[in-house]
Write a protein that binds this ligand. Structure first.
Ligand SMILES: Nc1ncnc2c1ncn2[C@@H]1O[C@H](COP(=O)(O)OP(=O)(O)OP(=O)(O)O)[C@@H](O)[C@H]1O
Length: 233
């Protein structure tokens, strides 16, 4: 589905990603973990075209993404659920979804607002509520719903559990598992190790802009040394 090879990304002169290699296969959910500042968001932004890598390749379904605009990358089938969710606070739930639907281009799988409501029934119940009247978990559902309406083949999620209470994180976990059941391939950046290990088929740890470990969630959870050294647990 997607393969990053030797990706180097910078902010100005700051060299942040030092040759990142990773792969997400079709239908797979991969979690990207690491301490603050490890380069997780920069990796996601490099894929989405919000940061342009200076070296390396990002192959997505046989297309090269490096150098393409975020708009082109989105139309190629890469969806992004951004950090902080960024729903429009003064638009209703339905309006938030309609904006995404209008921007969508036709592809084989055409998500509709009704299908998003089937996945997240609470959004239907609250369709006339403003974005800022939703709970954190509902805003996350709305952010995912918007991304789905753009008909992605591959979904990037940046810290979906950030700032949420444990009970809501549990909801988010179930939401991600529901989205996964639709067959969508996903790369999820997380600080919450339990959430990441529950939803992911594979885990990748980033440290100082490099992949330092890759393996199964169960292997990570049983490796105290790894948890301590790279994740500070
Ligand atoms: N816009 C920017 N300009 C300059 N430096 C940046 C910018 N954004 C991030 N950085 C730096 O790049 C490094 C990697 O940041 P990044 O956000 O990718 O890390 P992260 O692993 O996602 O961490 P966090 O969990 O804190 O978001 C950090 O040292 C950060 O300070």
């Amino acid at each position: 589905m997607i393969e990053l090879k030797e990706v180097h990304s910078y902010y100005g002169h700051s060299h942040i990603l030092h040759g990142v290699n990773l792969q997400v296969k079709k239908g797979q959910c991969v979690a990207l973990l690491g301490r603050n500042g490890a380069g997780k968001t920069t990796t996601i932004h490099s894929i989405a075209g919000l940061v342009v890598p200076k070296e390396g390749t990002i192959q997505f379904k046989d297309k090269e993404l490096v150098g393409r605009t975020p708009n082109h990358i989105s139309k190629a089938g890469v969806g992004l659920v951004p950090q902080g969710r960024r729903v429009f606070p003064s638009l209703t739930v339905k309006e938030n979804l309609l904006i995404a639907e209008r921007k969508s281009i036709s592809s084989e799988k055409q998500w509709t607002i009704e299908e998003v409501y089937q996945l997240f029934p609470i959004l239907k119940e609250r369709e006339e509520n403003m974005g800022n009247e939703l709970s954190g978990g509902q805003q996350q559902m709305l952010a995912i719903g918007r991304a789905l309406l753009l008909n992605p083949d591959f979904l990037l999620m940046d810290e979906p559990s950030e700032g949420l209470a444990p009970v809501i994180i549990e909801q988010i976990k179930n939401i991600i598992l529901d989205v996964k059941k639709t067959g969508l391939s996903m790369l999820i950046v997380e600080q919450n190790i339990d959430l990441a290990c529950c939803v992911a088929d594979e885990v990748i740890i980033l440290n100082k802009g490099e992949v330092v470990w890759q393996g199964l969630p169960a292997e990570l959870l049983h490796n105290d040394e790894l948890l301590k050294v790279h994740l500070g647990v």
